[in-house]
Write a protein that binds this ligand. Structure first.
Ligand code: UT7
Length: 322
């Protein structure tokens, strides 16, 4: 069995906040933000608009693009670090909003690598657990956990959601066959303190705010991502020369460029949305994927390399034949 991505969808909140609006409030500038990160704007959820709303909107679009009815979904995995409530999971709220009567639904917490973790878990469950069709969603409202007075973090993130519909099918097991060819995940909890939220239901009883030592995260990101991309390609029996597109987590344009260079890939092979979306954590990979599918860049037969790294640290990659 192999799982194939048969539909993609995304959703961004209506409100766009350009650097020019945000920068003066925190003694920053459009020039600094663009030069250091590539970010020009971010979308911010409206009051009363929750992660589950973004996730459901993206899921509906993914289902429509796949031509799959919500009732045919038996598994929903949502990657998020910003659930509406501590529990229930966003996945069960999405299930309810989509009107699905019975399915398996749960959230995965791996922050910015959440979508790679969720995709890997769903892929495994589908190949071994008999699920035929699944929704894998990355959805975040990081605006709710930002310290809007901390210029070293608040300019970097935005809200959004991306979703894919997975379908399990028989395959010959060749790397030329369509579908998820290989995934690889990692975590190293020794680095928790470089990127974390300073609160939580079991510690402070508050939600807390995001804290990051950006420079150190940057350094680890390039090294870890290049390594896991090589490892994933090797697991699929492929090399960097086979890659058509890199669909990366969108944290910083400089990270995307440095990582591509390490694999001898051209900058034009990297799908970049960080300028418009900023860092949307678990949503950024499926948002970038949907953008490049929608504008026709990604075509049948292309080899995609999805990758992400985030808090924990956690990181991972997936090789996907489109
Ligand atoms: O999604 C999870 C993974 N996250 C990431 O991958 C993020 C990785 N890190 C980064 O993207 C970058 O490290 C940042 C964008 C966060 C920072 O860029 P940097 O080039 O590493 O800058 P820096 O932290 O070394 O700061 C340089 C200077 C500092 O001033 P001094 O000490 O040189 O006087 C900062 O105080 O820039 C200052 N600075 C700012 N200035 C204007 C930091 N933030 C800002 C700001 N506006 N927003």
């Amino acid at each position: 069995m192999r799982t194939r991505i048969v539909g993609t969808g995304s959703y961004l909140p209506a409100r766009i906040v350009p650097n020019s609006e945000l920068a003066p409030t925190v003694d920053s500038s459009d020039e600094w933000i663009v030069e250091r990160t590539g970010i020009r704007q971010r979308h911010i959820a409206a009051d009363g608009e929750f992660t589950s709303d973004l996730a459901t909107a993206a899921a509906k679009r993914a289902l429509a693009s796949a031509g799959v009815a919500a009732g045919d979904i038996s598994l929903i995995v949502v990657a998020t670090a910003t659930p509406d409530q501590t529990f229930p999971s966003v996945a069960t709220v999405v299930q309810m909003k989509l009107g699905i009567i019975d399915c398996v639904a749960f959230d995965v917490a791996a922050v910015c690598s959440g979508f790679l973790y969720a995709l890997t878990v769903a892929d495994s469950l589908m190949r071994t657990g008999g699920h035929r069709r699944a929704l894998v969603i990355g959805a975040e409202t990081f605006s709710r956990i930002l310290d809007w007075e901390d210029r070293t973090t608040c300019v970097l993130f935005g809200d959004g959601a991306g979703a894919v519909v997975l379908e399990a099918e028989q395959s010959n097991g060749l790397s030329s066959d369509r579908g998820i060819l290989a995934t690889r995940l990692h975590a190293d909890g020794r680095y928790n303190e470089l990127l974390y939220v300073d609160g939580g239901p079991g510690s402070t009883g508050t939600t807390g705010k995001l804290r990051m030592k950006g420079k150190e995260v940057f350094r680890h990101a390039v090294t870890n991502l290049a390594a896991v991309m090589h490892e994933t390609l090797e697991a699929a029996g492929l090399t960097a020369a086979d890659v058509t597109w890199v669909v990366p987590h969108q944290a910083n344009l400089r990270i995307l460029e440095a990582t591509a260079r390490k694999l001898d890939l051209a900058p034009e092979q990297v799908i970049v949305t960080v300028q418009q979306h900023a860092n949307t954590s678990a949503a950024s990979v499926p948002l970038a994927l949907d953008a490049a599918v929608a504008d026709g860049r990604i075509k049948a037969g292309d080899l995609l390399l999805l990758e992400a790294m985030g808090g924990g640290f956690t990181w991972g990659a997936a090789a996907v034949r489109w």
